[in-house]
Write a protein that binds this ligand. Structure first.
Ligand code: GAL
Length: 451
């Protein structure tokens, strides 16, 4: 697998032998088999059925990880990647969200986990990566406080089933994205809109992080438990006061709201006045219930954002200036390539006393990949990873809280409302044949990991 053009300058050994290196995926983006073996419908199944995905695509077969998991895990092994982060599909385990357990779903994840273990790959499991069972959404989903009870039941079923094999758990994937895009902006499933929906969903998601942690620990006190946040460095468009203030508000929303809630620091209501209404959803005792002493947090960093004031954006009066508009180097998602962001976010989050350990649980890029004579020479992705890992190393030298890094993603997959156009994989998927082809970035990561 050695390739002279893809030889990394920095080696993983520069991070010490205990540093965690891995690769990430999620259930909905890879599994397919959306109505197979007793799986119940989830909010994304309905969203796709309604034609809400770009080009009317669906995730219904995705990369078919459901059937191809063994091949994919054997590729992880062949590449020498020691840790694999993936998620469980709630509706595959509890088709109605609560109540009846789908034994076929439990058996399926046992096979996935057992295959990891057989190959010597450590499973890191996300409990909720955005695919809420549809029947729960019919009752209000994340806006209904009963989600606290539904979620506790789901977590408990999973940890009882897999806790003897899985030692690393992540409770939620990026609460801001699924509550913001799904319940405020209507861009993601379930396609709800408005401040009330967002505030209710956000507060319940915050509470569920602590509930998830405590449920796991009650069953397996030795489990290593975290939760993940999307985050990015925020810069003001220029030094005008209005733009600086706008950047402060975006920073509070993206980088502070959820972590500060679980650290017991409250929501950043002085920066974002509209957040004050979240109190309408708070009951006595919630402030205490929000506090969650996680073993680690996962940061998911892709870019930085430049922010300017805008009267047209409700509540926030701030907008992101797209990278293409700023004419800076960017990925196919129009996300600026700005490696310093990973350093700055680690620095920012590690400054919280209550944050004990940080893993970068996602970092990666979508570029236009071409297969030429059987080879995918994705040099832009290699440079992206190389530069971000160099910044990660800079952070590593300054704080011992940073303990690991996972590339997003193992394979190309279903990029939510963007469908299949965006390819983040180290491994290319031909969606017609489901053939896997190793990109040069995978070879690069593999050499980087080798001693
Ligand atoms: C994250 C998300 C992943 C993946 C990635 C790339 O926000 O957790 O599922 O889609 O972004 O956009």
């Amino acid at each position: 697998m050695e390739n002279t053009e893809t030889q990394p300058k920095l080696r993983s050994s520069a991070f010490g032998k205990d540093f965690i290196w891995g690769v990430s995926t999620s259930a909905l983006q890879t599994e397919g088999a959306h109505n197979i073996d007793g799986k119940g419908p989830n909010i994304w199944d309905e969203f796709a059925d309604l034609g809400k995905i770009k080009n009317k695509e669906t995730h219904f077969d995705a990369s078919n990880f459901y059937e191809k998991f063994e091949e994919d895990i054997s590729l992880i092994k062949a590449l020498g990647i020691p840790n694999f982060r993936f998620s469980l599909s709630w509706a595959r385990i509890l088709p109605d969200g609560t109540g009846k357990i789908n034994e076929a779903g439990i058996a399926y994840y046992h096979k996935v986990i057992d295959t990891c273990i057989a190959y010597g790959i450590e499973p890191w499991v996300t409990l909720y990566h955005w695919d809420l069972p549809l029947l729960l959404e019919r009752k209000g989903g994340w806006t209904n406080r009963e989600i606290l009870i539904w979620f506790e039941e789901y977590v408990s079923v999973c940890v009882r089933a897999f806790g003897s094999k899985v030692k690393h758990w992540m409770v939620l994937n990026e609460p801001l994205v699924f509550t913001g895009a799904g319940y405020f902006a209507g861009l993601h499933a379930p396609g709800k809109r408005g401040l009330k929906n967002f505030l209710a969903a956000a507060h319940h998601a915050s509470l569920c992080m602590g509930i998830g942690l405590r449920t796991i620990k009650a069953i397996d006190p030795s489990a290593n438990v975290g939760t993940t946040f999307n985050c990015f460095q925020v810069s003001a468009y220029n030094q005008n006061k209005v733009n600086i203030n706008a950047a402060t508000r975006i920073d509070a929303l993206v980088n502070r709201m959820f972590i500060e809630a679980v650290l017991g620091l409250g929501y950043p209501t002085s920066e974002i006045k509209a957040l004050r209404k979240i109190e309408n959803y708070m009951l006595p005792g919630d402030t205490e219930m929000l506090k969650a002493d996680f073993d680690f947090i996962g940061l998911q960093v892709y870019t930085r954002e430049v922010v300017r004031h805008s009267w047209y954006t409700p509540y926030l009066h701030a907008r992101l200036v797209p990278a293409s508009r700023r004419k800076v180097y960017h990925t196919k998602m129009d996300w600026e390539v700005y490696p310093n962001s990973i350093y700055e976010t680690i620095k920012k989050f590690s400054a919280y006393e209550g944050v004990k350990k940080i893993f970068i649980t996602e970092n990666g890029a979508s570029f236009h990949d071409e297969i030429v004579a059987g080879e995918i020479n994705d040099t832009q992705r290699i440079h992206y990873l190389e530069k971000h890992i160099a910044e990660l190393h800079r952070a590593y030298k300054q704080t011992d809280k940073i303990a690991g890094y996972f590339v997003w993603s193992l394979t190309d997959n279903f990029e939510w409302a963007e469908g299949y156009e965006q390819r983040f994989g180290l491994i290319h998927i031909d969606y017609k044949t489901k053939k896997r082809s190793i990109k040069n970035s995978a070879k690069w990561y593999s050499s980087f990991l080798k001693e």
